[in-house]
Design a protein around this ligand. Structure first.
Ligand SMILES: *Cc1c(COP(=O)(O)O)cnc(C)c1O
Length: 518
């Protein structure tokens, strides 16, 4: 090797040498310094800088200069331009999405995951990592009340888990009903008539999965919800009967354990009964709510989940893991055979004969991160009891928040009894007309984001534009919530005063001076 290239590679790759250890420590401590500075200085959840301003600044960056620069200098510049203008997920006024502050032990684990760089597709790229993932999958199966043949795999999150669940459901049904192997022979003509049922509040990835699975979005039959935003069983029964009557083929029902908007939990035991009665695959999307299995106080909310044929659970939401980390579980691990394929280079059949585990057969991904490690390390460090206390606190805070909103004449609470920690509400103010109220609520959210004071979410409920607080952060207090609600009301009344004028947001976007020096 050329001498110069040799010293470069010594410096650039972590290996057994003392020099590479020194370089690694320096690089990590520089990254740590920049990161901690940003955290220490984040007074608001967002800088509030406009798209245009940030886009100009980022436009000036050179992604690949001819000659490299010093890491610290690069990190400092990145800190100024990028990190300062990210969303501060740890900030109590950052309460929009299912987007959590990550646990410190899992950040330590992330450093190890990325440096060790294992790939979970085959034994010969992961060794003990494969066994640890299997161990955690077994623990999760037990946690959710599965016994015997249950199995699962870590995924990139709810999107992939839901797709995998509906993929198995589709292929299982077609095999049972028509004796056809979808992986080999593709969809039968009857696929045109196959239907999936789920509440109208189910995650949009149910539709997306149906589309990807060749069934079309039209395959998803939307079920009304009851006064607690849960799937309405009467409507389900009527629609099931009707589908059968007109010769359509319902094959799967998706229950949500923690809807994205309301945290509502569908009636799982009743849905398990319906699934059994009608021969449907029951998939439970517990991406959000799965965590309550760790809480003695709230576990019973998921009673019946053990009857699900499959389920999704996300760890980068209420398990406080860095993105991304999720799992898919199925009651009968043999269902994975429906999607099994053997690649000679990765998971040859001889390996199976010798009992060598290659997880690629259960996953939609090939190369895959060792994300199980961070869940393992953080659960061990924190322990179930302390973990449950954090979850319980956030659920209690959501209830207090709902009470506070309900008592406020300027606000209206949509879910008075949040099952988890999402509270949907809206600003009423003095507007009587719904279209004006809708506009007002949209503008309140946008205006708070532009100011960077609070990051809250929006959603639509029966045509009404609403606001939402997702109170995942265990460090958030009722005083923090009061601050956010005061900001909502302050902004709402300001916007009402300016009625007739143009929306303040685009104006701010246009008038704000574009500075190169933040
Ligand atoms: C977040 C969420 C998803 C999507 O999961 P990702 O991890 O974002 O892919 C699916 N379903 C529900 C109920 C969710 O809350």
């Amino acid at each position: 090797m050329h001498e110069k290239a040799k010293t470069d590679t010594e410096r650039l790759f972590l290996n057994g040498s003392r020099q590479s250890a020194r370089e690694y420590r320096l690089a990590i401590s520089n990254a740590e310094k920049i990161l901690l500075e940003q955290f220490a200085n984040a007074r608001q959840p967002f800088s509030g800088r406009s798209v245009q301003e940030l886009s100009n600044r980022i436009g000036d960056l050179e992604p690949c200069p001819e000659h490299g620069r010093d890491l610290l200098e690069v990190l400092e510049e990145t800190g100024e331009v990028i990190l300062k203008n990210l969303l501060a997920v740890h900030h109590p006024a950052c309460a929009a999405h299912l987007h959590c502050p990550p646990l410190i032990p899992s950040l330590a684990a992330e450093a190890i995951i990325s440096a060790a760089n294992q790939s979970m597709d085959s034994w010969d790229q992961s060794g003990a990592a494969t066994l640890l993932e299997e161990k955690l999958v077994k623990w999760l199966c037990r946690l959710f009340g599965y016994t015997g043949q249950a199995d699962g795999v870590f995924t990139s999150g709810g999107t992939q888990s839901n797709l995998l669940g509906l993929l198995l459901a589709r292929d299982w049904y077609i095999k049972e009903q028509f004796g056809r192997n979808v992986q080999k022979d593709g969809l039968p003509p009857e696929a045109e008539r196959m239907r999936i049922l789920c509440a109208k509040t189910a995650h949009f990835t149910v539709q997306k999965s149906a589309a990807l699975l060749g069934l079309g979005e039209k395959a998803v039959v939307s079920i009304e919800t009851d006064e607690h935003q849960r799937l309405c069983l009467d409507d389900l029964d009527q629609k099931l009967a009707r589908l059968r009557f007109v010769g359509l083929l319902p094959f799967a029902v998706v229950a949500t354990a923690g809807s994205t908007d309301f945290g509502a939990i569908d009636p799982l035991p009743a849905l398990a009964d319906r699934a059994k009665q009608y021969g449907l695959w029951l998939h439970v999307d517990a991406a959000y709510g799965g965590t309550v299995m760790l809480s003695d106080q709230h576990r019973s909310k998921l009673d019946g989940i053990e009857h699900a044929d499959s389920m999704s659970v996300d760890f980068h939401k209420l398990f406080y893991q860095p993105i991304s980390c999720g799992a898919f579980l199925t009651k009968n691990g043999r269902h994975f055979e429906l999607i099994k394929s053997n690649a000679d280079y990765l998971n040859p059949e001889e390996d199976e004969d010798q009992g060598i585990p290659n997880l690629v057969g259960k996953s939609l991904s090939t190369t895959r991160r060792f994300d199980a490690l961070k869940l393992f390390i953080s659960m061990q460090t924190i322990g179930r009891a302390a973990f449950a206390r954090m979850i319980n606190h956030t659920i209690e805070l959501a209830q207090q928040t709902a009470n506070l909103i309900a008592q406020d004449p300027k606000l209206e609470c949509i879910n008075r009894e949040p099952a988890l920690n999402a509270v949907v509400f809206r600003y009423i103010g003095n507007e009587a007309e719904q279209s004006r109220q809708n506009k007002l609520n949209r503008e309140i959210r946008r205006s708070l984001l532009w100011e960077g004071k609070a990051v809250i979410a929006q959603t639509k409920v029966d045509g009404m534009h609403c606001l939402k607080l997702t109170l995942l952060n265990p460090r958030t207090t009722l005083d923090d919530v009061k601050f956010i609600l005061e900001e909502v009301k302050r902004t709402g009344s300001l916007l009402e005063l300016r009625k007739g004028e143009r929306s303040p947001c685009p104006t701010k976007l246009q008038n704000k001076p574009v500075s190169k020096h933040f």
